[in-house]
Design a protein around this ligand. Structure first.
Ligand SMILES: *Cc1c(COP(=O)(O)O)cnc(C)c1O
Length: 353
């Protein structure tokens, strides 16, 4: 048998690499270290007993969009929901990217932006961040002029650097971009400002968010977007019918009843992050200012890959970003429980000794 060839433009595609290894301390994918509150499980179980399993879900996810919209002070028609913010991003690319169109991002940043765009047939150009990983507006200007992209990806706080984009930089980039601007705020609740304040029917800017990180619901695969209603309407045209199952819609609504618990966890993780930052400052590593639930750091006396392996040998898994574009030798650690973070710090101290 000769195996059929995949699309020419996908022949070099590598797929998503984040090893799922059995370890004691898993600090590699920026999940919450805490499960949702017990009350959430009970309330969800009660709601699920009422699901009409023989019926298709509400295709428009009306109630979930209304509840999300209320919490953010926007119109439900400005909210789009999907299976993880990755599907949200894919839907924007399907609607606004495609063959003959460009998407741009600024590396180092979330690798899935480029990957998702490529899978939808969109051409991708990677701009560069400045040496300190900040977004350089001169570079943004020149990339936007050269490519006239249909889609411009921003990410704040940026994964994997953790850095929050200043409002004036996002505003300026949005004013310069000729197409849709996506501000990926997967970690938005950890930051001190949000691009949600820029949402306007007259501005083609969208903010994407997820239940995977702050809401302790990575297992659910639920994400959403806020943007102009006319843009949301275009997204609704390209998703598969009934793409968001009833269970997920219910889970998303029940979670919103526990907003104060979520806010408390975020505050707790931010305090824990600051403890990690202070401890890392005592070790031979360089680190970058984080507004998220993870920290990017670079061991100064030892190759990153070797440190990653040394941590893994001690059953601590962090993300090996050392071969990512622009991130020579860097590793990314997710903020865990105090016990997990202590295990990470003592393993790291040992490896670097
Ligand atoms: C984790 C992450 C996502 C999450 O995607 P989901 O599909 O919602 O789990 C999106 N963007 C960035 C930058 C992330 O780090």
């Amino acid at each position: 048998m000769t195996r059929p060839k995949v699309r020419d433009d996908l022949s070099t595609l590598e797929g998503y690499h984040s090893p799922q290894v059995e370890v004691d301390v898993r600090l590699n994918t920026n999940e919450s270290p805490y499960p949702p509150p017990d009350g959430f499980r009970d309330a969800l179980a009660a709601e699920l007993s009422r699901v009409e399993w023989h019926r298709y879900p509400d295709r428009a996810a009306t109630a979930l969009r209304e509840d999300l919209a209320k919490g953010m002070g926007v119109d439900p028609a400005q909210v789009f929901v999907a299976n993880g913010s990755n599907e949200v991003l894919q839907t924007v690319c399907l609607a606004y990217g495609g063959h003959g169109r460009w998407a741009v991002d600024f590396q180092p940043t979330y690798l899935m932006h480029g990957q998702i765009a490529e899978i939808t047939g969109t051409s991708v150009h990677h701009g560069r961040r400045a040496a300190d990983f900040s977004l350089d507006l001169d570079e943004v200007r020149s990339v936007l002029r050269a490519k006239a992209p249909a889609i411009t990806f921003l990410c704040s706080p940026n994964n994997p650097t953790g850095m929050v984009e200043p409002p004036e930089v996002v505003k300026e980039a949005a004013a310069l971009a000729p197409g849709v601007v996506i501000v990926d705020e997967a970690y938005g609740q950890f930051a001190d400002w949000s691009a949600l304040e820029l949402i306007d029917e007259d501005r083609p800017l969208v903010v994407t968010r997820t239940y995977s990180k702050t809401w302790s619901m990575a297992a659910a695969r639920l994400g959403y977007l806020v943007g102009p209603s006319w843009l949301v309407a275009e997204l609704e045209k390209v998703v598969l019918p009934y793409h968001l199952d009833t269970v997920k819609q219910v889970a998303g609504r029940v979670a919103l009843r526990f907003e104060s618990e979520m806010t408390e966890r975020v505050a707790h993780l931010v305090a824990e992050r600051e403890r990690l930052v202070a401890a890392l400052a005592q070790l031979p590593v360089e680190q970058w200012p984080s507004g998220a639930n993870f920290i990017l750091f670079r061991p100064t006396g030892m190759p990153g890959r070797q440190v990653w392996q040394g941590l893994l040998d001690r059953s601590v898994l962090v993300r090996d970003t050392s071969s990512w574009p622009g991130l020579d030798g860097c590793l990314r650690v997710t903020v865990g429980t105090p016990a997990e973070d202590d295990a990470f710090l003592s393993a790291l101290t040992e490896v670097l000794a």
